[in-house]
Design a protein around this ligand. Structure first.
Ligand code: UTP
Length: 293
């Protein structure tokens, strides 16, 4: 059974500067909710309540967000706003959240390595703290269901357009069903004609404890960092890895364009904003450009 999740959230967020100079990118709001709260909710919706967040310098507000704020609670109680009060208490009570600091930013692989003591000998889920996946069945649940059947490392992948493979980590191998691939190759940002598929690693994984030994042996790779993909490549030499094509849509908030798209799409899905926001978008799109200035 899988009962633990690890959320790496220590990265610098260079692609989102200047917004991330003094605040974590994982705390950027999509409408009114920080990205990392969507990620924690995905764990909870998949039955996982033991969550380790890999934190670091400048990430204090993540801890504060999941902590109690008695002053705020009292003020909201005085205003008799039951809905808001319940929302606040939900954040504090949603899971057992633990934190460990990654003191030097040595990459995603190193961040995951910090979970060794916490996870011990158990398999666990990894969810990137800057990535939301919108789906009917939470992607973590989809991965857990597959793990329960095959008991091996499972990587969540999504289909990307052929001409975009150069931006992602791509999996290659034998397709054993519509959605499952037995992986024999992992390539980071391949050239279009060298990509073994158009299945891109989507920021969610189920890892077995063997990953820690692999990470220990993984030399620094791209960006002089310890890459999780490199450790999984080492693992592939003697372990099986599967790729599950997920049902859902991935939003990488660390990238400004994706952040904008996420905000618009999520606003259009929210009951209270959908109609007026759609009207507003129509209005500005239909207006001739010179009138918009
Ligand atoms: P990214 O590579 O997208 O994050 O890692 P980054 O390093 O912050 O990105 P840029 O290029 O500077 O904008 C994906 C997730 O892994 C975490 C990040 O916080 C993010 O949630 N991460 C990355 C760590 O926890 N530690 C690291 O050393 C690197």
């Amino acid at each position: 059974m899988i009962s633990k999740a690890v959320i790496p959230a220590a990265g610098l967020g260079i692609r989102f500067l200047p917004a991330t100079k003094a605040q974590p990118k994982e705390m950027l709001p999509v409408i009114d909710t920080p990205v990392i709260q969507y990620v924690v909710q995905e764990c909870v919706d998949s039955g996982i309540e033991d969550i380790l967040i890999i934190s670091g310098k400048g990430k204090r507000s993540i801890e504060d967000h999941f902590d109690r704020n008695l002053e705020l609670e009292t003020k909201i109680q005085e205003k008799e706003d039951e809905v808001l009060y319940t929302q606040l208490r939900h954040i504090e009570d949603m899971a057992n959240i633990h934190f460990i600091r990654q003191k030097e930013l040595n990459g995603l692989g190193d961040a995951v390595f910090h979970a060794r003591c916490h996870c011990g000998n158990e398999p666990f889920v990894v969810l990137l703290g800057d990535t939301i996946i919108d789906s009917v069945i939470p992607v973590t649940q989809q991965l857990i269901d597959t793990y329960e059947q095959y008991k091996q490392t499972i990587i969540a992948v999504e289909i990307v357009p052929r001409d975009k493979v150069t931006r992602y980590g791509i999996t290659g191998g034998k397709q054993i069903s519509d959605k499952l691939m037995q992986v024999d190759e992992l390539i980071e940002k391949p050239e279009i004609n060298k990509a073994p598929s158009n299945l891109a690693i989507a920021g969610r994984y189920i890892l077995t404890p063997e990953i820690f030994d692999a990470l220990e042996k993984t030399p620094r790779g791209k960006g002089n960092e310890i890459q999780l993909t490199d450790a999984m490549k080492l693992l592939l030499k003697h372990d099986n890895i599967m790729a599950l094509t997920i049902e859902g849509k991935r939003y990488d908030i660390g990238n400004k364009m994706d952040f904008l798209k996420t905000t618009v799409e999520f606003a259009l899905k929210r009951k209270e904003f959908a109609k007026p926001f759609k009207a507003f978008l129509r209005d500005i799109i239909d207006k001739p450009e010179k009138e918009q200035k």
